[in-house]
Design a protein around this ligand. Structure first.
Ligand SMILES: Cc1cc2nc3c(=O)[nH]c(=O)nc-3n(C[C@H](O)[C@H](O)[C@H](O)COP(=O)(O)O)c2cc1C
Length: 342
């Protein structure tokens, strides 16, 4: 199966809300929410995508012709290249009523296991799904990292304890920006935005490296670090929680400089190719998260479709490193890109 076939199959299976555009740039889905789109007026996902296009590569092929090593590590886990697939809470509500998020998580983790990557999975809102996700993680060499919704603290702690009951995951996270997700607001009960103190308490309960997802400012990043976060995800939830915030590519460098290696910096939002992975690394990211294209690839070929997309990302990253003079991930430097956001 090649990537064009994956997209062709996805068009038949994904339902009417996603147009399976040639490039997943947020234009086809606009404000389709529930669905794959962005919060009204619907420009957020496209803003993220466009920002990566404003970063150009400095090509340099006057370097020794040696092997390319794309591998990296995340809290002791060796990744084949610096990408993880992103959390999705429900596909039944977002795409087709008969779809099952448990199968999506299973196929994602299977693909990650076979390609040496990690799947950051949403624990969702249903205990039945949460239990199935834990079993799936254990079945697939523990290659899943739970990302929990900002529900009431006792509910988050309950989920963390359940995750730790057998084999603890590599890390755990809370997605703080889901506080703004229109169709989830009603389901979070007394949950919602979290204070530094609440995050500090949740970090202690996690007992494994703690991730805060949904940071978009230097101030927010410093608050997450103060709370003890071991990693932050620079993310605006793919434009789904607030419109007219900057693109993640625009704030990544200043946030990464401010964090200054006190926490790992992960970024998502409009990252579509291995070229984008290279750019994110050059701007200071330790890892990239990709969501929508993985979902499309699932509809286009389940595990095989996702593997096909991962293979494409890997080849693109390898080629970009080769052409810009980087032989290993730590060789990727700021001077290898030029950035013009204005
Ligand atoms: C249909 C859909 C459902 C999502 N559900 C969740 C979720 O439950 N938890 C979460 O942390 N992020 C969720 N996200 C956000 C993604 O994990 C990610 O932050 C965002 O889509 C940006 O990445 P992308 O541009 O590669 O899609 C969801 C995104 C989409 C499109």
């Amino acid at each position: 199966m090649n990537y064009s076939e994956v997209l062709e199959n996805a068009r038949k299976n994904i339902g009417p809300k996603c147009k399976v555009c040639l490039v997943c740039d947020g234009l086809g889905c606009g404000n389709t929410l529930p669905g794959p789109g962005s919060k009204g007026p619907g420009n957020g996902a496209n803003d993220n995508y466009k920002a990566w296009r404003k970063i150009k590569l400095n090509m340099d092929t006057i370097v020794e012709n040696t092997e390319i090593d794309t591998s990296t590590e995340f809290f002791g886990y060796k990744l084949a290249f610096p990408v993880v697939s992103g959390p999705i809470g429900s596909i039944r509500k977002q795409f087709n009523p008969t779809d099952d998020i448990r199968d999506f998580n299973d196929k994602c983790m299977a693909a990650c296991e076979s390609r040496g990557l990690l799947h950051f999975y949403s624990t969702g809102l249903e205990p039945m799904v949460q239990e199935a996700n834990i079993a799936t993680r254990l079945r697939h060499s523990n290659c899943g990292v739970p990302i929990i919704n900002p529900e009431a603290d006792d509910s988050i702690i309950h989920q963390m304890n359940n995750c730790n009951e057998t084999v603890s995951p590599l890390a755990m996270g809370v997605v703080v920006d889901s506080a703004g997700l229109p169709h989830l607001k009603a389901c979070h009960g007394t949950g919602g935005t979290k204070s530094i103190e609440q995050l500090r308490m949740l970090k202690e309960k996690a007992r494994v490296p703690f991730i805060v997802k949904g940071v978009m400012t230097v101030e927010g990043a410093l608050k997450a670090v103060e709370a003890g976060a071991d990693a932050i995800i620079v993310s605006n939830h793919g434009g789904r929680v607030l419109s007219d915030v900057p693109a993640t590519a625009e704030v990544l460098e200043e946030i990464s400089e401010a964090v200054d290696h006190r926490a790992k910096v992960i970024v998502d939002g409009g990252i579509r190719s291995g070229i984008d992975l290279f750019k994110a690394y050059a701007l200071g990211a330790d890892l990239c998260l990709i969501c929508r294209p993985v979902l499309v690839s699932y509809y286009g070929g389940r595990q095989e479709g996702i593997e096909c997309y991962f293979d494409k990302l890997y080849e693109e990253l390898k080629d970009t490193m080769y052409m810009c003079g980087a032989r290993k991930i730590s060789d990727i430097k700021r001077k290898m890109i030029r950035v013009k956001f204005d």
